[in-house]
Design a protein around this ligand. Sequence first.
Ligand SMILES: [Zn+2]
Length: 364
Amino acid sequence: MKAIYTYTIKVNMAGHPVCQDCVDVAVFPAGDRSFLGCFASNNLCLADYPTNYNNNEVRAATAYAGGGTNWIRESVWTPYGNKVLAAQYAVTQADSKIMILDTTKTPIGTTGIIPLTAYTTVQSGYIWGPEGIGVWPHFDRDGDKISDLIEATNADVLFIDLQTGEMRFFNPTVPDVDPSRAYGTYDNGWLWNSIRLPNEGIGYRHFIGPASELGKDNWGILKMIQLIEAVGREWNQSHKEGPRISIGDISPQYGGGGLGHASHQNGKDVDVRYILNNGTEGPMDFCNPPTCLATAQTAYDQSLAQELVNLFIKFGANQIFVDQLSGINGTGVTQQDGSCGTYNPQTTKCTLREHSHHFHVRIP
Ligand SMILES: [Zn+2]
């Protein structure tokens, strides 16, 4: 990693621990402190900015531990609990460690040896190495209530700023306003300044249907994209090991038809797969193609599917269409049944019972 500041650390203040061969620096967002990760002395060394950097000095450090068998290779600050994490590289599993420093115990001006109570060092059979360390980035750096991920995913999509009339791009570090607008109806509508769903986010993924729909079925108004994101984050809280939510068709970039649905025309409809109990992310079909005889499916998990539908309603969906065999119910939920029709080899689906392999979420 490149250090942000170009000062050379040459001097340790008298009486302060040694900081030798520092190879990385973790800088606080406020710019008032930084921690140097030091290879040869295997400690984290605190420098206040700018006072002590100007004197080429560090103020405090964890105890010197050089001459051992582990060495700090990289350090990083994480907003989660204001910690600095350091990867301690070693060739043996027993000496491979992660150091976690609680920076609330090292305020500006801290001097001397940082006490053992300020940090923990973690070792486990699952860590070997490690040569680097990273953290999940901030969710919304510019504080505009649109996530960095959505902004970055749409950073190449030109839109017209509805307030200024200028052509613009989303930017994760510059506050943006929602440019998207839905027009017309669900069945006969179009989209203005639509937003692209990321291929994958916290708790969800977009799965690719027919190749002809690649990049064409993942557009909606911002409210729809953020609904999926909000449900995914909440789902992830209780299902960290998966399965993720599998998102199918939303709308084409400019809305209208073309995805084989009557609706999905103005960026306010989305198809979602049912949740299964076998650890996979589908597919599953109550219509059993190619026989097209509707029966319950053993892989289907009704309680997980109901939990997911409840989340969509909690975060703003007002209509959800499900298959009758799903057993899902609730406010705004419509169960549908009827014939499965006949097998269509092109879509590999049965022709009539539309929600046998996914449920349909609609927002107002
Ligand atoms: Zn649908």
